[in-house]
Design a protein around this ligand. Structure first.
Ligand code: SF4
Length: 340
């Protein structure tokens, strides 16, 4: 079941990423972790960024927040326009205002973001007061309200607990409460449920979806799991080797997956509504080494539809209509007719 609110065109653009390139210099060569990607996020929209590990999805979001460790990383080109202002050109103080106030992040493991030595109340009050000019008492009240909102029982008492006194799922709820307490316009959730068991995963995703709707927050959900995207995203970008290979409304992507990699990803999602022989489909081969990639289609060694041109030139992006775009030679009229 998809959660289509409306066409991406009907959202007012809140964030626009244009030709973003983030590279890492290593002893073995240049890693083009993100290599010329572009997408838009509208107010209240939920956008999924999907791909295997190393595809560039997390680096994309760290780049949006300007959290790339430098060196070895560097944003070498592009624009990240938040409400028309280029985040990449902002001063440190303007950037601090955007982080937390306007764009918040939830990470995979809450223990990497929560300080184990400080009570939740101390951490939440500090975070809220960093971004809002309110008293400690008001910030405590707000912290309790947010904990209630994310379903923490006995929030008045629990707010004074330390992180280790919460279970994994509850800690993730605390992180969501902290991220949303500043009323940010965009919430970036980077694999927010990977460390949790399956039942808790579903609850947390449902919670993010519900709160985002209630608070009218736009969400960027980073995941390797297309099943998760189907349940909660309006639009999807599929990333492979640092590039967006397919972008579409979720419903269109599932009905008409066009890039052979997307097709493979969808085939490998377990389905309860379809009979299978017990074996799950998997895409053969390994993701490419992204160091000094040649200018060809990086998926070609794994692609069952590979043509000669795929081995020598990167495919242009073809517009399939209704915001559906794909970077694959199969859809380009100019390609050499050289099927093997
Ligand atoms: Fe396959 Fe060629 Fe399309 Fe790459 S460009 S996905 S190799 S058909």
């Amino acid at each position: 079941m998809t959660n289509q609110k409306s066409s991406p065109d009907t959202y007012d653009t809140l964030l626009e990423v244009k030709n973003l390139k983030t590279y890492f210099k290593t002893d073995a060569g240049i890693v083009k972790a993100v290599d010329g990607i572009s997408f838009k996020l509208g107010k209240g929209e939920t956008l999924g960024i999907v791909g295997e590990s190393g595809s560039g999805k997390s680096v994309t979001n760290l780049s949006i927040m300007r959290l790339i460790p430098s060196p070895p990383g560097k944003i070498v080109d592009g624009e990240v326009l938040f409400e028309g202002k280029d985040v990449l050109k902002l001063s440190e103080s303007a950037l601090r205002h955007i982080r937390g106030n306007e764009i918040s992040m939830i990470f995979q493991d809450p223990m990497t973001s929560l300080n184990p030595f400080l009570k939740i109340s101390t951490q939440m009050i500090e975070t809220i007061r960093l971004h809002q000019d309110i008293s400690k008492k008001e910030a405590l009240r707000k912290s309790i309200d947010m904990l209630k909102l994310v379903g923490i029982p006995a929030a008045e008492e629990r707010v004074h607990n330390y992180p280790h006194q919460f279970s994994g799922g509850m800690r993730q709820r605390v992180m969501i409460a902290m991220a949303l307490s500043c009323e940010a316009k965009i919430l970036i959730a980077d694999e927010p449920t990977t460390a949790l068991d399956v039942t808790i995963q579903a609850q947390i995703l449902e919670l993010i979806q519900e709160l985002a709707k209630k608070l009218e927050t736009a969400v960027i959900l980073i995941t390797h799991d297309l099943g998760v995207v189907a349940g909660m995203c309006d639009t999807v970008c599929v990333m492979y080797a640092g590039k967006i290979v397919e972008k579409a409304k979720t419903e269109d992507l599932y009905k008409n997956p066009s890039h052979p990699y997307t097709f493979g990803l969808i085939q490998s999602v377990p389905r309860l509504d379809k009979a299978h022989d017990g074996k799950l489909f998997s895409i053969e081969g390994q993701p490419p080494n992204v160091i000094d990639l040649p200018p060809c289609c990086p998926f070609h060694p794994r692609c069952h539809k590979v043509m000669d041109i795929c081995r020598t030139q990167y495919p242009p992006t073809t517009d399939l209509g209704n915001g559906h775009e794909v970077a694959c030679w199969l859809f380009d009229d100019q390609k050499e007719q050289s099927h093997e």
